[in-house]
Design a protein around this ligand. Structure first.
Ligand code: NCD
Length: 300
């Protein structure tokens, strides 16, 4: 099984992963469910959190790594090899491949040539399903309940801001929120590129309108300006500070997939609503859960 698109995932599968992630987060001991397994990482775009959290997850579970950073310049792709040939080749040397690529559809197309599971670790503007899982789990932990399955708070009010139309993390998260029954989203941005499975209401807010929305929302999901993506998009002028965060509801949360630029003022870090560092930590537990599920030794 590959993990390529957020819209391919089911609520049942996500719930199962979240429970597994919860058990990893609450069990500090080293486990050997990946003993004898090799995880390969191929990153054709920069990464800090995604690559290291996947690699740490593999190591913590007793697995080993074949890791290629800067794959755009150090793999045979540089000599004109197709991604399909690279994934087919690398499938011989490892039990699972984690791939990041700047093109929107390249990983999904090439994955059919791989003979081991492929995890999409970020494809262009389109998909970042594992970040979507991390973000959804973080929302459920703060604005959800668990009773024989995870459930979002009724009428959850989430506002996305920043370079939303080029943000693969927003797209993946919105698809997953739809799977969990979210009825509406708000955007403080010029629309979203790939709204594949969200068929409910989308409300738009512009410029200073964000300040009057802040006291009403449950989740503020921020993104950086994606300077590396093509197109002429205006950079958002909104910067969250501790002072602005204080006008939000007491139990509202501020999220960001990171890396952050100037859109989050460092004063916000001390605000009780800032959960972006929890999001980063959750990345480890969710990725451990994914690796254990996809290639872990099954213990009965
Ligand atoms: C994001 C990404 O690479 O899509 N970061 C991440 O994986 N946590 C967000 C970004 O680059 O802005």
């Amino acid at each position: 099984m590959h993990i390529l698109k957020s819209s391919d995932l089911t609520k049942e599968y996500c719930d199962k992963l979240f429970l597994k992630a919860w058990s990893f987060a609450n069990n500090g001991t080293l486990l050997n469910v990946l003993s004898g397994r090799i995880v390969g990482t191929l990153f054709f775009e920069p990464s800090t959190r995604t690559r290291w959290s996947f690699e740490a997850a593999a190591l913590k579970l007793g697995g080993q790594l074949l890791s290629m950073e800067n794959a755009a310049t150090s793999s045979s792709g540089k000599k004109g090899e197709s991604l399909a040939d690279t994934l087919k080749t690398c499938s011989n040397y490892c039990d699972l491949l984690i791939v990041r690529h700047p093109e929107d559809d390249a990983i999904e197309e090439a994955a059919q040539y791989a003979t081991v599971p492929v995890i999409n670790a970020g494809s262009g503007k389109k998909e970042h399903p594992t970040q979507g899982l991390i973000d959804l789990w973080t929302i459920l932990q703060n604005c959800g309940t668990y009773d024989n399955g995870y459930k979002l708070k009724n009428d959850l009010d989430i506002l996305f801001t920043g370079d939303v139309s080029c943000s693969r993390t927003c797209n993946s998260l919105i698809n997953l929120l739809a799977i969990y029954g979210l009825e509406k989203i708000s955007l403080h941005s010029e629309g979203i590129a790939y709204l594949t499975s969200f068929r409910k209401s989308v409300y738009h807010y512009y410029g200073d309108q964000i300040y009057s929305r802040l006291p009403h929302i449950d989740v503020l999901y921020m993104t950086r300006h994606q300077a590396e993506r093509e197109g002429n998009r205006e950079k958002s002028k909104f910067i969250i500070t501790h002072e602005f965060a204080e006008v939000m509801k007491r139990n509202a949360i501020i999220m960001h997939p990171f890396p952050r630029n100037e859109e989050i003022h460092p004063s916000t870090d001390k605000n009780i609503r800032a959960v972006y560092f929890n999001q980063i930590e959750n990345g480890l537990w969710i990725r451990m859960a994914l690796l254990a599920d996809l290639i872990g030794i099954k213990v009965s």
